[in-house]
Design a binder for this molecule. Structure first.
Ligand SMILES: [Zn+2]
Length: 208
């Protein structure tokens, strides 16, 4: 069954028409570019203007031969030639939108979606590599920082240990001093005891 079309302007619906009738209506300017067209009464609707634009686009030549290269500043570009005047052209990912106009001859043409896809995937590959390098650098930096903190902790632990040792040594000295003082007291007692013992001995001998 051949395709049929409906035309709509505001709330007025006309049709069905066949393709030839629609073409004739457009050619004779019996329809406006703002009029809506659909293959069913219910839509979806598209404006005649959009329909003409996409038909024009479909009739444009498509560039399928291109080469990737990098500019001196590292920007990726697709190199190709104008299908009309053969001018050597190049576009960045941002510049490529599929529908190009030649700056030399001003004629319109299409560039295969493959060019954009290639530019995009190459950019993503480069960005991924850069991200990996950046992450590696970050990890190294963090490791260095951790090592530094570990060393500082070690130094602090050593300082604490030294301080503890110093306090312990001071305590021991203090204890020793106290012990000596008590011992001095004791030794007097001992001397007294010893004298008494010796005295006792003497008295033993003197008894002989
Ligand atoms: Zn050209």
């Amino acid at each position: 069954m051949p395709k049929q079309y409906f035309l709509k302007r505001g709330d007025k619906l006309r049709g069905p028409f066949d393709g030839q009738q629609v073409k004739a209506a457009i050619a004779s300017k019996n329809v406006f570019s703002t009029d809506q067209i659909s293959e069913t009464r219910e839509g979806p609707w598209q404006s005649i203007g959009d329909l003409i634009a996409s038909a024009k686009k479909r009739s444009l030549p498509t560039v399928t031969q291109f080469e990737m290269s990098k500019t001196v500043f590292g920007t990726l570009v697709a190199n190709y030639v104008c299908p009309f005047c053969k001018a050597e052209l190049r576009s960045t990912e941002k510049e490529l939108d599929g529908n190009e106009a030649c700056p030399e001859c001003n004629r319109q043409f299409l560039v295969s979606i493959d060019a954009l896809a290639k530019l995009r995937s190459e950019r993503q590959r480069v960005e991924k590599a850069q991200e990996q390098v950046r992450r590696k650098r970050q990890t190294k930096k963090e490791e260095k920082q951790r090592e530094k903190e570990r060393q500082q902790q070690q130094i602090r632990a050593q300082q604490r240990l030294k301080e503890q040792q110093r306090v312990a040594a001071a305590q021991r000295q203090q204890e020793l001093r106290e012990e000596t003082e008590t011992e001095d007291g004791n030794s007097i007692g001992k001397i007294v005891d010893a004298t008494q013992a010796i005295g006792g001995l003497f008295s033993l001998f003197s008894d002989d």
